[in-house]
Write a protein that binds this ligand. Structure first.
Ligand code: 4AD
Ligand code: MG
Length: 482
């Protein structure tokens, strides 16, 4: 008999009642009395289990003993309306096969609540929990939705390189890529490492962003996006930073910063709507999970909204659009700033916004997503379009509740001379970047783009609190197990 996935079985119509099906999956729980055993099986296709009800006299005793949490089984049986509460259907088992045992003394995932910290230590098995099943199914749907959104708008997906020869973006510390022998590194006459002898004949790194190459493509194909892994070797051990994360970077010719903001807002709303439409059961589970966790916290640490309510709230509100200077004024005059509550006091125009500031703007002041534009040029990258005031650039950050910065982007400087001068001021190696400058020499046009951190989006959509729990295998300082 062909196996039926549980997701399809639970969707079966009345006509399937009384028919035989084969289900395969992993045991979540087993309860057995003298005559009857209830086996709850999950195969990951959906958050719900199917319950198999078996006459114990029909199952080999050793098989029955070994049907424990985590074991894999195949059950053939008749689909019937459930007698118990909480499920529509169940399987009246005719045949129960044990596929793989899971020694209950050693299997770490038991049918009880495990802490997320503990589950990170057994990340190879945490997929088998409801929480990580839900997160990873939602992650899939969000990846698919990103491609659908851009494809439907006529954007082309470009693969930008993962190994890069330029370290000019300045977005973060980089990981070196080399085949040189560390115990016997070739040296130049002045004692420096001789990268001419390295694999690529030059120093190379893992990319921090696909933007610069994305710009090359946009200045020919008009509207492109990249969606690839990016790597940052900063030693930041926070709930919002990974050393390896995925970034979505659209880049558009003939877009100014307003077009850029419109696209960012439209995209975020599309992705959230997509999750609400396609991940109902998983979102409901995470919603209820968060509510339960919250109820254990002191009132002032609780989330102001339930997860699904918060997602809907984003759809219903226009994002607030303000300049850095407006944000600075709000923050400087804010209560927490006056009372010395910020770890980084807001005193002088020009300071970078910290996540505590971003969250104040979003959660306390405007009470909705905020897009901040026109940042001081000193705190932003060399490629951002310079404003006429000589002080600010056309950068834009999208700030979200609970997350802070979810998107960073800008209108790009398309003027060759201005870009060249800025690179000189910021000590960007122009010689290495000749190809980037060439786009401004040949047929330059106004253009813009941004980067959405995919795991930051996942944090928001799932309501999970730590970025290590929204990527299957997190890479953070001192941690690359699995
Ligand atoms: O603001 P960032 O550094 O911008 C860029 O890399 C630009 N080249 C993007 C562009 O214009 N094409 O990073 C963009 C986004 C951030 O807003 C954040 O969501 C995410 O990437 N991000 C991280 N996510 C997880 N871990 C980290 N260490 C991250 N650093 C940035
Ligand atoms: Mg940024």
């Amino acid at each position: 008999m062909k196996r039926t996935k549980i997701v399809n079985l639970l969707k079966a119509d009345e006509k399937s009642l009384g028919q035989e099906f084969l289900v395969k999956g992993w045991v979540r729980t087993k309860r057995a009395s003298k005559n009857i055993a209830f086996i709850n099986i999950n195969d990951g296709s959906v958050i719900h289990n199917i319950q198999a009800v078996a006459d114990v006299n029909n199952i080999d005793n050793e098989v029955l003993q070994n049907i424990t949490t985590g074991a894999s089984v195949a059950v053939e049986g008749v689909l019937i309306e459930s007698q118990g509460k909480g499920q529509k259907y169940e399987l009246e088992a005719k045949k129960v096969d044990l596929l793989g045992k899971a020694d209950p003394e050693k299997y770490p995932i038991q049918p009880k609540k495990h802490s997320l910290e503990f589950l990170r230590e057994v990340a190879h098995l945490r997929f088998r929990t409801n929480t990580f099943g839900a997160v990873n199914r939602i992650r899939h749907h969000m990846i698919f939705a990103v491609h659908k959104f851009f494809n439907d708008k006529g954007f082309y997906n470009i693969h930008t390189p993962i190994i890069t020869g330029s370290d000019a973006e300045g977005a973060g510390e980089m990981f070196k890529v080399t085949t040189l022998d560390f115990d016997n590194t070739p040296r130049t006459e002045d004692g420096k490492v001789d990268y001419k002898k390295d694999f690529f004949g030059k120093a190379t790194n893992l990319t921090v962003s696909g933007q610069l190459e994305g710009e090359l493509a946009a200045l020919a194909l008009s509207e492109i996006y990249t969606f690839g892994p990016t790597f940052r070797a900063e030693n930041s051990n926070t709930k919002r930073h990974l050393a390896e994360f995925w970034m979505i970077e659209p880049e558009m010719a003939f877009y100014d910063i307003h077009d850029n903001m419109d696209l960012a807002e439209e995209m975020l709303k599309y992705l959230i709507r997509y999750a609400l439409d396609h991940c109902k059961d998983d979102l409901q589970f995470l919603n209820d999970r968060q509510k339960e966790e919250d109820s254990k916290k002191p009132a002032n640490e609780r989330e102001p909204m339930e997860l699904i309510e918060k997602l809907n709230f984003i759809l219903e509100n226009d994002f607030e659009r303000i300049t850095y200077t407006q944000a600075f004024d709000v923050l400087r005059n804010s209560k927490p700033n006056k009372k010395g509550k910020f770890a980084f006091p807001v005193k002088e125009w020009g300071v970078d916004l910290q996540s505590e500031h971003e969250r104040y703007l979003v959660e306390k002041h405007y009470k909705k997503p905020v897009i901040v534009t026109d940042y001081p040029k000193a705190i932003k990258s060399f490629y951002m379009k310079q404003n006429d005031d000589g002080k600010t650039v056309r950068g834009m950050d999208v700030l979200f509740p609970s997350i802070g910065e979810i998107i960073g982007g800008s209108q790009r400087e398309e003027d060759y001379d201005k870009l060249h001068r800025r690179m000189e001021e910021m000590n960007i190696p122009k010689e290495e970047m000749w190809w980037f400058l060439d786009t401004r020499r040949f047929g330059t046009v106004e253009h813009s783009g941004y980067g959405l951190g995919f795991e930051r989006l996942m944090l928001f959509v799932t309501g999970m609190g730590n970025i290590r729990d929204v990527i299957p295998f997190p890479r953070t300082p001192q941690n690359a197990e699995f």
